[in-house]
Design a binder for this molecule. Structure first.
Ligand code: UFG
Length: 327
């Protein structure tokens, strides 16, 4: 297949490009390199445009024959989304609207969309399946939910197909490909813990130990980024045969507390990671764990790296490489 990958220079996008190339697909990356990285670009053509520029987008897609688009490009920081809501709506909702319009103008009919567990808000059940109520508690989650709703409406009114993949906590790295996570500012637990392990310049704060969980810290479902990548490959393969509108939750179905994740990071690093207990972070539900049964049944997908130790080890190997080679 020939596939367009927006946000292919970003964290999940670059790992998916790697997986697609390994499967023999031809890939073109579309990225404005605002948060993506040049070092993450692989052996494929790059189109450097911004999704907010509809005219340029239409011009660039017209006449090209893509079998589908995998759409990662987005703003994705929960805290930032609270302070800059219009920027989030403009990029995530406006940018995706432009992309769909440009795809329709170029007769490209298949889209795999990066969605998120943030569309669910506070869970009302232990395992979150696709039918769980959608009640986002932050602007980031709102923008992703609005896009899902738009895509459902577009598929109902045309030949367009869309698959929404809702990631739980993306983590880990592909060490063989020298790909991994690098956000500035970094807000995620595992990279923050590993940066704290590397020195006192980056102290780790644990946000709240008074949650209604076994050890009082928040429980999350950490999924290896290569497993997210393989889910995208499975999704686009499945769409070649069937598909109008589909949604899939992607996690391992195992919850780990913040303290358990720090312990896994300590094991990877081989030393204690100092941290202080701070207040709760606004907008953090106590527990978020996925049921991914639907993805297993319908996409034939299963995570291959579901141990938190393996995830932490790959993230630590990446952190050492990043610091020594790229930083
Ligand atoms: N945490 C800390 N200290 C830190 C960073 C995080 O204690 O320095 C805690 C958080 O409070 C939370 C847990 O570690 O309890 C995980 O936090 P992350 O920031 O790593 O991940 P989130 O669960 O907040 O975010 C993830 C995705 C978001 C998505 C969200 C849905 O990264 O894109 O799940 O709730 F929106």
């Amino acid at each position: 297949m020939t596939l367009l990958v927006t946000g292919g220079a970003g964290y999940v996008g670059s790992h998916t490009v790697h997986a697609l190339l390994a499967q023999g697909h031809e890939v073109v990356i579309l990225d404005n390199l605002s948060t993506g990285h040049k070092w993450a670009l692989q052996d494929c053509e790059l189109i450097t445009i911004d999704l907010r520029d509809e005219t340029n987008l239409v011009r660039n897609l017209k006449g090209r024959s893509f079998d589908g688009v995998l759409h990662f490009a987005a703003k994705s920081l929960v805290g930032e989304s609270k302070n800059q809501p219009t920027m989030y709506y403009q990029n995530n909702v406006g940018g995706t609207t432009n992309l769909v319009r440009a795809m329709q103008a170029a007769d490209i009919q298949r889209l795999v969309f990066s969605s998120t567990a943030a569309i669910f808000g506070n869970p009302v059940s232990d395992l979150i399946d696709e039918a769980h109520p959608k009640a986002p508690i932050n602007v980031y989650g709102q923008t992703k939910l609005v896009v899902e709703q738009m895509l459902e409406a577009v598929t109902a009114s045309s030949d367009f197909s869309a698959t929404c993949l809702r990631y739980f906590n993306a983590a880990g790295a592909n060490n063989a490909a020298n790909l991994g996570e690098w956000h500035e500012p970094e807000t995620h637990l595992i990279p923050n813990a590993l940066r704290a392990a590397a020195g006192t310049e980056n102290p780790l704060t644990l946000f709240g130990d008074d949650y209604p969980t076994p050890d009082g810290t928040c429980v999350r479902d950490y999924i290896h980024v290569d497993d997210l990548a393989s889910a995208h490959v499975a999704a686009i393969d499945t769409m070649m045969e069937s598909g109008v509108f589909g949604t899939y939750n992607l996690g391992n179905g195992n919850g780990y507390s913040v303290k358990e994740v720090i312990a896994a990071c300590e094991k990877a690093v081989g030393s204690e990671i100092p941290f202080t207990i701070g207040p709760r972070r606004e907008g953090d539900p106590a527990t978020l764990v996925a049921s991914s049964q639907k993805a297993r049944d319908e996409l034939g997908w299963a995570p291959a790296h579901d141990s938190i130790e393996e995830i932490a080890q790959s993230a630590w190997n990446w952190e050492c490489y990043r610091r020594d080679t790229l930083a």
